[in-house]
Design a protein around this ligand. Structure first.
Ligand code: THU
Length: 149
């Protein structure tokens, strides 16, 4: 029998940990240009949490999104792991879903049942299945079997 490696539901306790980890990053964000701090926390299949914040740059396109930094933390620490859930925190008035580039970055490591949560500091989290945030995605599967050759 095939046992699923990744459970799809996230407990309230783990969600609270994820939220805390993402919100903690709002203090570290380097966002002197947009004044829009973002914190991200990623939960791996094995229960580890990786954090990231946005890091802006005077040459604007060289800035990094919080999700990209959190993915970098995961890769540098553990290597590639399936991400079970991502939590994005911001101080704004409305929750911030990952930008298009970050959806693609997350797609590289998303577990098939990955959840994305987002909330402002005051609000309760909204949740979407990652597959609904980036439907018909382009990914590693497209490059298998020699790609276009
Ligand atoms: N930002 C993120 O960190 N993640 C996203 O998914 C959307 C945008 C950052 C980039 C920039 O530092 C600031 O938010 C305003 O765009």
């Amino acid at each position: 029998m095939n046992t699923p490696l990744i459970a799809s539901e996230i407990s309230e306790a783990v969600l609270a940990q994820l939220r805390k980890a993402a919100e903690e990053m709002l203090q570290r964000a380097y966002a002197p240009y947009s004044h829009f701090p973002v914190g991200a926390a990623l939960l791996t299949g094995s229960g580890r949490i990786f954090q990231g914040c946005n890091i802006e740059n005077a040459a604007y396109p060289s800035g990094l999104c919080a999700e990209a930094v959190a993915i970098g933390q995961m890769i540098a620490t553990l290597g590639s792991r399936p991400i079970r859930a991502a939590y994005i925190a911001c101080k704004g008035h409305s929750p911030a879903w990952p930008c298009g580039s970050c959806r693609q970055r997350l797609n590289e490591f998303a577990s098939p049942t990955m959840w994305v949560y987002t909330a402002t500091l005051a609000g309760s989290p909204q949740r979407m299945a990652f597959s609904d945030l980036l439907p018909n995605s382009f990914g590693a599967m497209n490059l298998q079997k020699g790609g276009c050759q």
